[in-house]
Ligand binder design. Structure first.
Ligand code: MG
Length: 363
């Protein structure tokens, strides 16, 4: 018996950031969280979501309400690929584009929620079930405005809690300022603890090559988004110039963009983001594609959802610790011995607090 989509709606929820978050090019103002709720003829309800860090949320909502949500009614809920492709095909004039990919992701995560409920499985098992626990690193203590002492305290606290690493923002006006901050943290935590750095696309290839060399000897786990995401050739040159892995992916909005990076040897780690790439359906394609290139996946942000996806695939190496859904969930992602545990709850495994969500609904 087939299951049809009978109802769907989209709405926007604003969530304040828990701490001030800054990097070399922007600050994280608030999480605009775009939800899609889908109901089926056999009585299931899926709740999916997507986000921005402060701009474009209403554009995503309009794309959903004006174009995508009305097209869902009557579609077969068990055919997730067909639903994704029907919506993708209906928005050709704005694909590939950030607003459309974010809108597709809100629908696609709702479809996977329904699929997991029907299968009676938690997402991490349905999507592959590689292993339940994934190493965790912290980003919340590494923002660019924080003084060096605070970075050191945060890194020591993460190490004491059993986490495997911390990420520090870089992109101070001079390389020596960055170096001083990183060196202080490395000296404090010692060896055998990962330090990742993130430039948030702020550099030219020439400057990134220079700073990567300056950081030699700090044993960095990776340098993240050193250059604008469009500069694939610059990334390729940087990769060829340094022994430190180069990580990219949070600013890519289609699976094919990852293929370009991987085929050209321009990325050592991929950080595909389920919202920005257009949902769980393309996320899994990117993760599997990376596996065929012998490259690990360390998804960007969204730990509450990415924990299940990183656990699903064999090359899911890390979950990024930035709690953001505490205000609208009843229970939190489980952390045991410093590792993130994928929820065993059936569905996406996010324990939504409906009252808190409706209190924060702005459109
Ligand atoms: Mg980043």
């Amino acid at each position: 018996m087939s299951s049809r989509i009978t109802e769907a709606r989209a709405f926007l929820v604003d969530i304040a950031v828990e701490t001030e978050r800054t990097d070399a090019i922007q600050s994280f103002e608030k999480q605009e969280t775009v939800f899609v709720e889908v109901k089926t003829s056999d009585g299931l309800t899926g709740l999916g979501y997507s986000y921005t860090i402060g701009t474009g949320g209403r554009a995503v909502l309009s794309m959903l309400r004006d174009h995508l949500v009305p097209r869902l009614i009557g579609l077969d809920a068990d055919r997730i690929e067909a639903v994704w492709f029907a919506l993708y095909s209906a928005t050709r004039a704005t694909t590939t584009g950030a607003i459309t990919s974010l809108a597709l992701a809100a629908v696609d995560t709702a479809m996977w929620d329904i699929g997991a409920q029907r299968a009676g499985l938690p997402l991490w098992r349905l999507a592959g079930g590689s292993r339940r626990d994934v190493p965790l690193y912290d980003t919340e203590g590494g923002w660019l405005h924080l003084p060096t002492e605070t970075l050191v305290e945060g890194a020591l606290a993460s190490k004491a809690a059993g986490l495997s690493g911390v990420k520090l923002k870089i992109g101070k006006p001079t390389g020596s300022e960055d170096l001083e901050r990183l060196r202080a943290v490395r000296e404090a935590v010692g060896s055998g603890f990962d330090i990742m750095v993130d430039a948030n696309q702020s550099m030219t290839a020439a400057e990134a090559i220079r700073r990567a060399r300056l950081f030699d000897g700090l044993d960095l786990a990776w340098i993240e988004e050193p250059l604008p995401a469009d500069d694939i050739e610059g990334h390729r040159r940087l990769v060829a110039s340094t022994a430190t892995p180069i990580a990219v992916g949070e600013s890519m909005y289609s699976a094919s963009q990852f293929r370009e990076y991987l085929v050209r040897g321009a990325a050592g780690i991929v950080q595909v983001d389920v919202a920005r790439v257009g949902g769980i359906t393309p996320w899994l394609k990117v993760a599997h594609l990376a596996e065929t290139h012998n490259v690990d996946v360390c998804p960007h942000f969204l730990m509450e959802l990415h924990v299940s996806l990183a656990a699903a695939v064999p090359n899911g190496r890390y979950v990024e610790h930035i709690p953001q859904l505490r205000a609208i969930t009843r229970t939190q992602m489980e952390i045991v011995d410093g590792r993130a545990l994928a929820p065993e709850t059936i569905g996406l495994g996010i324990d939504w607090d409906e009252d808190a969500i409706s209190d924060r609904t702005v459109a």
